[in-house]
Design a binder for this molecule. Structure first.
Ligand code: NAI
Ligand code: 13P
Length: 329
């Protein structure tokens, strides 16, 4: 299959490497310097240093050409780039099936990725989300990984999962697109919380409590948005939550660790050099929790810390001072 990855950040580059073993892959970069570097050195020094892009992968900055040759498009930008990329596809009257790998709620609208894509491209284009516990570095290194693929068409999800599946990258078809997207979005907010918790040295009991109660928050918001509870026990729910909250490769976790050190958010983001979606999604989750009357104290506290309304230590005190209650999930 001819696959085009739209976005040559860490994840787009890693997926290009992974898919190249089985497919004809094109990697589109919006940055001229990244494309030039990839063509000259076969390495993406800016976003993904240390991993070689196979010679078979075509690299281009020509959007129309990259799209024109594809049988499957994979949008690999942050969620901030999803709508503009979909709009560029619409301008080309493109009807090629499309996946996206971004995780989050769109800033400002609070929409999930599939809602953004449906708004721009309509309902007729077959499309879906690839999500789950998958650090780019490990996928590019060929370390065993399993993720979920959910779509607006169950047959498309199953067929695409089968086509993309390899012995290194197991892809499970899932029929709960909302659940898969909510899991991937909210776990980033909770990874920031866990980074704060670990950075403040609050201990392993705290971390386990935070992740477990965080999973309850993910499920509550997901159910309010129409997801299926079971999804949150799977790869895109608990799986990605465990990975991102505990793995130091996570950019979101690293934001939390740095907040606990008292660093300012602008400085943290500048030093990171990559997107940390939880920073933007926290605000949307905070708004959605209020709008839908969903109890999400940890996520709301993360939003308050990111906005400078609470310090990390104050947020912890506030969470611990809550009244005792039954363990509702
Ligand atoms: N890096 C990882 O391990 C994983 C990342 N993801 C998700 O994939 C998405 C992309 O992440 P990374 O590639 O790691 O980020 P990155 O920060 O390494 O790279 C971002 C890429 O998107 C492009 N970009 C940024 N803003 C854009 C915009 N407004 N329009 C078009 N392009 C834009 C940049 O030029 C760059 O190529 C995020 O939503 C992330 O949560 C998902 C799974 C794993
Ligand atoms: O989504 C990811 C792993 O599944 C990557 O997490 P970070 O964006 O926090 O690095």
């Amino acid at each position: 299959m001819n696959i085009t990855l739209l976005g040559a950040g860490a994840w787009g580059t890693a997926l290009a490497i992974a898919f190249a073993g089985k497919h004809a892959v094109t990697l589109w970069s919006r940055e001229e310097d990244v494309a030039a570097d990839l063509l000259a050195t076969r390495e993406n020094h800016r976003f993904f240093p240390g991993y070689r892009l196979p010679d078979s992968v075509a690299v281009t900055t020509d959007f129309a050409a990259a799209v024109g040759s594809a049988e499957l498009l994979v949008i690999a930008t942050p969620i901030a780039g999803l709508r503009p990329t979909a709009e560029r596809l619409k301008a080309l009257t493109c009807t090629t099936p499309v996946l996206w790998v971004c995780k989050g709620f769109e800033a400002g609208s609070g929409k999930l990725p599939h809602q953004v894509v449906a708004e721009v491209l309509g309902q007729a284009v077959r499309c879906g989300a690839l999500s789950g516990p998958s650090f780019a570095e490990e996928v590019a290194a060929g370390q065993p990984t399993a993720v979920a693929l959910a779509a607006n068409d169950a047959t498309f999800a199953r067929e695409t999962a089968r086509q993309l599946h390899t012995t290194r990258l197991r892809i499970y078809a899932n029929d709960d697109l909302v659940g898969v997207e909510v899991g991937g979005a909210v776990k980033n907010v909770l990874a920031i919380a866990t980074g704060v918790c670990d950075g403040l040295g609050l201990g392993l009991n705290s971390r386990a409590a935070l992740m477990t109660r965080g999973l309850a928050e993910i499920a509550r918001l997901g159910l309010a948005l129409g997801a299926v509870r079971q999804t949150f026990m799977g790869l895109a729910g608990m799986g990605d939550l465990i990975l991102t909250c505990t793995g130091d490769l996570s950019r979101n976790r690293r934001v939390g660790l740095a907040l606990a050190q008292g660093k300012s958010l602008p400085q943290i983001l500048e030093e990171l050099g990559h997107v940390a979606e939880g920073v933007y999604t926290a605000r949307e989750v905070d708004r959605l929790a209020t709008k839908l009357a969903v109890d999400m104290p940890i996520s709301v506290a993360v939003a308050a810390v990111l906005d400078g309304r609470l310090t990390a230590a104050q947020a912890v005190e506030q969470l611990m001072a809550r009244d005792p209650r039954e363990e509702l999930v």
